[in-house]
Design a protein around this ligand. Sequence first.
Ligand SMILES: [Zn+2]
Ligand SMILES: [Zn+2]
Length: 176
Amino acid sequence: MELVLRRVGDVPSAALERAKRALLRELEFLNVYIDYKRLEPSLDAYDWERRQYVASKLLKELGKVDDTLTVYLIEADAYEDNLNFVFGLAMPWEGIAGVFLRRLRNEFYGWSPDEEKFMQRVEKEVLHEVGHLLGLEHCPNPKCVMSFSNSIYDVDFKEARFCNLCKLKIYRRFSA
Ligand SMILES: [Zn+2]
Ligand SMILES: [Zn+2]
């Protein structure tokens, strides 16, 4: 199964590479590659009143690479439906997911920058959205990467890995 990581806006290459390593570590059956071309977000998906993108609209506009699972790292803030914001969104029926980086940075909260924390959060949110692409629902285990994160504290509390139950569900479906 193939998965491509793409970037939208000023996303550091190191974030793409970190996400790739996490995916290869957790999901050995995936073939992950990086498309380094920098894409720009479509303003059609921008909500000028809220100053946020509409997550699903933006992901649909960005589209998909052939039959490949397509995951975007997006330097922006976004919301969806009645949620004030989303860290990420997956559309499993389309094979598209995105992670929005703005709220994963310490700077957003007025804290001093922490590159390593930021990278860990990128790993977690990418694994989480790819978990959804592979059919997983949210997990009640707060340490599992598939637990739902309502705040940056939740993101920091969970680990960059699937719990045994989630891992079993994925491997039952996808490993040979
Ligand atoms: Zn989720
Ligand atoms: Zn789990």
